[in-house]
Design a protein around this ligand. Structure first.
Ligand SMILES: Nc1ncnc2c1ncn2[C@@H]1O[C@H](COP(=O)(O)OP(=O)(O)OP(=O)(O)O)[C@@H](O)[C@H]1O
Ligand SMILES: [Mg+2]
Length: 244
């Protein structure tokens, strides 16, 4: 579904490569957690996978097509098919829960329609259905700024699902939440992952969460893959190697 071939990223005015020769293959249905200490390249990898970051060399293939060869409608289609959730939620605080979720459908609408902010009955009922799934049905009129962190991330997940994605990407989506709430969010992601048959790739600092929820762990160190395997195989030795 997604492949990277010898992917490298070199940011301007830096010495080391942020990603170095990363070759990976991801399939539909996999729940992958990416581990690695700060600066290991986790965010850079995730951003390459949905075309937010251009590789310096190598390539990213989505459904066998290189992202760098795509433009216009094809690129929009790839972007639309990957929903993204973020550590700081990236919501619009002064808008309601419903309005935030509806922005997830922007990729399917004309720019003019998006400017008017008018949504169809069908879009609103789809958003309601998703809000129910994420446990926020009674919150649709509430302003996002009045929600707790866990609730905000539920809105973030709902917005991503509104894109009707085949891939769910997360850049440390639970790093700002307390451990209990983080666990609940992982449970929700796991449920959505399974019911929608997604490919899910989540960056996470918490090794326990990765071991508990992922069916594949990838560990990065200094921009390179130092582990790629089943959670059970990520033992103390691999931990020490990754976090040394
Ligand atoms: N926009 C940028 N310009 C220059 N260097 C960058 C930029 N973004 C990231 N880097 C560098 O690239 C390397 C990888 O960064 P990245 O953000 O991908 O790591 P990370 O694993 O996500 O870290 P964290 O856990 O702190 O989020 C780091 O050395 C970082 O300083
Ligand atoms: Mg990061």
């Amino acid at each position: 579904m997604i492949q990277t071939h010898q992917l490298s990223v070199h940011y301007p005015n830096t010495e080391a490569l942020a990603l170095s020769d990363v070759t990976l293959s991801f399939s539909k249905g996999e729940f992958v957690c990416v581990l690695g200490k700060s600066g290991a390249g986790k965010s850079t990898l995730i951003r390459c996978l949905n075309g937010l970051q251009q590789p310096t060399s190598g390539k990213v293939l989505v459904n066998e097509k290189s992202l760098s060869d795509l433009s216009g409608a094809e690129l929009r289609e790839v972007r639309r098919s990957s929903g993204m959730i973020f550590q700081h939620f990236n919501l619009i605080p002064r808008l309601s829960v419903m309005q935030n979720v509806l922005t997830g459908s922007f990729g399917y609408r004309s720019s003019l329609k998006n400017l008017t902010g008018v949504f169809s009955k069908q879009e609103i009922s789809q958003a309601r259905g998703i809000l129910k799934e994420v446990g926020l049905l009674d919150f649709e009129k509430r302003k996002v700024e009045k929600l707790s962190g866990g609730q905000k991330q539920r809105v973030g997940i709902a917005r991503a699902l509104m894109q009707d994605p085949s891939v769910l990407l997360g850049d440390e989506p639970v790093a700002s939440l307390d451990p209990g709430t983080a666990d609940q969010i992982f449970q929700l992601i796991t449920r959505m992952h399974a019911s929608l048959g997604l490919l899910t790739i989540i960056n996470v600092h918490d090794v326990q969460l990765a071991r508990q929820y992922a069916d594949r762990i990838i560990a990065l160190k200094d921009g390179q893959v130092v582990f790629d395997g089943e959670p059970d195989q990520f033992t103390q030795k691999e931990y020490d190697l990754t976090y040394a």
